[in-house]
Design a protein around this ligand. Structure first.
Ligand code: ADP
Length: 576
């Protein structure tokens, strides 16, 4: 782009200079020619006799003209003051018209000297005419006119013009070549810069310019490289920040969803995917599609409209959970987006219920023995003391109630201690069969009294388990105790153990009343009694204690039952 105007300028100035010099040269040549022709004409005029310069001597004058013309190589014309041609070197004088109207003749007759340039019909060229007056007694009697064609001057001029054109063409070509060369050199760094910029835009951030020149281009390259370094640093800082955020989002226990203005999900963490049971590819779908809950969509809408955080507790019967949903409209660069936060409150809700149940249960459990204690003491106070046998009977019943209360308090304390983790386990290796046999022997008598048979099935080669024997015995006792309690006479209680991978599974089963399916998931809760009428004397704490003890041993406990046919309780202990 720069080269074109420069080439034009160069060509124009060469052409302009050529034209100017040509004209100057031509003018000078003509001036010189004119000066020499004038002096020659004056010389010739001086050599002529003014007295004989008349029509009468035309013959002689004409010859003279021809001789001079030959000698001087110019055209010579001798003209009388009235314009009549008296002598002419190049033509027949008699055929020539009156020359009184020629400008050089008029000038010469008036001022003694004259000259003009014009096209000559005779010579067929641009011609320079000079005329000098021939004086007689101070008055002009005729004119000596010399003329030369400007052929040579014009030819010189043409040669000069051609030379100028040739030179300007040559200069133009050279200028173009130099311009291309310079342009190439100047634009190469620019091209490299463009190339690098493209690479960086395409994601290749490692590309650097290798221009080390000390000029502006070098400065630009250095600034560019510096900018690339900065960019790399900033991008890596941003990436670190993003990874941190991603890690936090992924590790969060709560679901996080970011929704855009149109209601499409822009971002979703793993917990949210699990909560709504959608794959990670669901990002980009609408909030309605993902949450499948109009309450959530309305909450988001409201947060967006009011520009305030909105909270909602969502109960999802199908998923059997409770979610606390908070919709927060975002600001700043994230304006238009909203953040939805989902917290699974199911566990908290359950804990709350357990606590409520616990309090209502314990009050309920205390009310019955306390009421009967109150009734018994009132009866005693109101006169039963006067009847010693009756008083004795009442006091025995009071003792039984107090014992039951004591047992409950003891079990509660025990449970609290186990739960708080302040029960130190003294674990050592022990044979599973030994644990089973000792426990079943302790309840042998009780079973017999209930008309029951305890069948023990344990193979002695079973690997030993790692356990605190009195604690595990307590677990087995609690389970056996229940089996005996809930099995009518003539029933059977079986206790067995076997190995399953790295655990020993213990099973205590009976042919008793069984547990309704609805109660089965809850029997390990404190105070939970499936059948209040039948479980009479129990506190509802036995299974809760067993569960905690097994879990302290890193084992699991569960139950299976067919109502009316019997129940089976299982627990596991790790192989030593
Ligand atoms: P309890 O001291 O009342 O026996 P548990 O915690 O040991 O308390 O048992 C809780 C409830 O589980 C019992 O009230 C009973 O309804 C049910 N249950 C436990 N074991 C059995 C079983 N072997 N057969 C039937 N029901 C059982």
């Amino acid at each position: 782009r720069i080269a074109v105007p420069f080439v034009l300028l160069i060509v124009l100035s060469v052409l302009g200079t050529g034209a100017y010099l040509g004209n100057l040269f031509r003018q000078r040549s003509i001036d010189n020619l004119q000066a020499s022709l004038s002096s020659t004409a004056r010389l010739l005029a001086a050599s002529l006799d003014s007295a004989t310069f008349r029509e009468a001597h035309a013959e002689l004058l004409d010859r003279r003209a021809k001789e001079w013309a030959q000698a001087l190589d110019v055209r010579v014309t001798l003209i009388a003051a009235d314009g009549t041609v008296l002598g002419e070197s190049d033509q027949d004088r008699s055929l020539m018209e009156n020359h009184g109207d020629r400008p050089e003749v008029i000038q010469a007759l008036a001022a003694g000297q004259g000259s003009s340039i014009r096209f000559s019909e005779t010579l067929g060229f641009d011609t320079l005419y000079t005329a000098t007056a021939l004086l007689h007694n101070g008055a002009p009697v005729g004119v000596v006119r010399l003329s030369v064609p400007l052929r040579e001057v014009n030819a010189n001029l043409a040669a000069m013009r051609n030379a100028t054109i040739a030179v300007s063409l040559l200069v133009a070509v050279l200028a173009v070549l130099i311009a291309i060369l310079i342009a190439n050199r100047t634009t190469r760094p620019l091209r490299e810069l463009t190339e690098s910029t493209r690479k960086i835009a395409g994601g290749t951030l490692t590309d650097r310019l290798r221009l080390t020149t000390q000029d502006e281009v070098g400065d630009l390259a250095r600034a560019f490289n510096h900018m690339s370094d900065q960019l790399v640093r900033q991008i890596s800082a941003l990436e670190t920040e993003r990874s941190k955020l991603e890690a936090i989002l992924e590790q969060m226990n709560s679901g996080v969803i970011i929704v855009d203005q149109e209601g499409n999900v822009n971002l979703m963490n793993g917990t949210a995917e699990k909560l709504f049971d959608v794959p990670s590819t669901a990002v980009g779908r609408s909030l309605v599609e993902i949450s499948r809950d109009h309450n959530v969509v309305e909450l988001w809408d409201m947060a967006r409209e009011t520009r305030r955080a909105q909270v909602l507790t969502l109960e999802r019967p199908q998923q059997r959970d409770h979610l606390q949903v908070v919709a927060i409209p975002l600001g700043g660069t994230l304006a238009g987006l909203s953040l939805l936060h989902f917290q699974d409150m199911t566990r908290m809700r359950r804990l709350e219920r357990v606590r409520r149940d616990f309090i209502s249960n314990i009050s309920h459990e205390l009310r019955t023995p306390l009421a009967s204690l109150k009734a018994l003491t009132e009866t005693l106070v109101n006169g039963a003391l006067e009847d010693p046998p009756a008083a004795r009977r009442f006091l025995t019943r009071i003792e039984t109630e107090v014992d039951a209360l004591t047992l409950m308090v003891q079990e509660l304390l025990e449970l609290a201690r186990i739960e708080s983790g302040s029960v130190p386990l003294e674990r050592h290796t022990v044979s599973p069969c030994k644990l089973i046999r000792e426990a079943s022997e302790r309840l042998h008598l009780q079973a017999e009294r209930g008309g029951l048979n305890i069948i023990v099935d344990c193979e002695d080669h079973l690997p030993e388990v790692l356990a605190d024997p009195p604690r595990i015995e307590q677990v087995i006792l609690n389970l056996l105790h229940n089996a005996i309690k809930f099995t009518p006479s003539d029933g059977q209680v079986m206790i067995s153990a076997w190995q399953n991978m790295q655990t020993i599974v213990f099973k205590i089963s009976d042919t008793g009343v069984g547990i309704p399916a609805d109660d089965l998931p809850r029997i390990f809760e404190r105070f939970y009694k499936a059948d209040r009428a039948r479980s009479g004397g129990g506190t509802g704490l036995g299974l809760a204690i067993a569960k905690h003890l097994v879990e302290l041993h890193e084992g699991a406990i569960w139950a299976e039952s067919t109502p009316g046919r019997g129940s089976s309780f299982f627990f596991t202990l790790p192989v030593a």
